[in-house]
Ligand binder design. Structure first.
Ligand code: DX5
Ligand code: ZN
Length: 221
């Protein structure tokens, strides 16, 4: 049976002065989870938010929190992000030579584990890890910034990842992140994604969060 499509707004595009209020709006709008982007200025050319904001987000919502670590040495930080409120922790395959150890650490914390690949990284980079993880994140942009345009060439990669997941671990979610909006959402779902991160599309200010999420759902259903 195909996995249901779920939507996770990325709070990277939120108004941090009104984070609590916007988290309540996201819940009321039917968001399935919260995507939380952590950038270290080393793995990606930007610095975003970290542990104190995650702790505040945890207090502000009962939705699952999906932490996307765009950092080097993810193994060094797993316990801290687990303790601060993450439900799922996704790290980058490119960021560590010891993906298996990182997954073991995430699981030892009782959390779900995800592995992400950048646009230049082939799907086979995660093949050996698929049996052990809950989610694969195929980046549809080069990570580091919200509001970028989806790289069209990643659509074929989503389909190849879907085929690999069906063969090796059909319970693994296929998440996409970057440039997901009303214009691209149908194609990423048709390519095989079932978990959609949407930052700028969710928080676009010319309409409400509820309208933006409803438009995304209409875009693929
Ligand atoms: C970028 C982050 C994304 C970002 C997506 O590196 O990983 O989660 O917030 O933003 P949009 O949806 O605007 O492309
Ligand atoms: Zn992200």
């Amino acid at each position: 049976m195909p996995q249901p499509v779920i939507i996770g707004p990325s709070v990277l595009s939120a108004d941090f002065l009104r984070l609590g209020e916007q988290l309540r709006e996201l819940e009321a709008a039917g968001a399935d989870y919260i995507h939380f982007d952590v950038m270290d200025g080393v793995f990606v050319p930007n610095i975003s938010i970290g542990l104190p904001v995650l702790e505040a987000t945890r207090r502000g919502t009962s939705l699952p929190i999906d932490v996307h670590l765009m950092i080097v040495n993810p193994d060094r930080w797993v316990e801290e992000f687990a303790a601060a409120g993450a439900d799922t922790i996704t790290f980058h395959a490119e960021a560590t030579p010891h993906a298996h150890r990182v997954v073991q650490t995430i699981k030892a914390c009782g959390k779900q584990a995800g592995i992400s690949i950048n646009p230049a990284t082939p799907v086979v980079a995660v093949e050996e890890m698929l049996p052990f993880i809950d989610q694969v994140l195929v980046m549809t942009i080069n990570p580091g910034f919200g509001g970028q345009t989806l790289i069209e060439e990643t659509l074929g990669k989503i389909t190849r990842m879907r085929e690999m997941i069906e063969r090796i671990n059909p319970n693994c979610r296929l998440q996409v992140d970057g440039g997901v909006n009303v214009h691209t959402v149908r194609r990423v779902v048709e390519a095989g994604a079932c978990s959609l991160v949407a930052g700028s599309a969710t928080f676009a200010t010319d309409s409400t969060i509820a309208e933006n999420i409803a438009a995304l759902r209409d875009g693929y259903s």
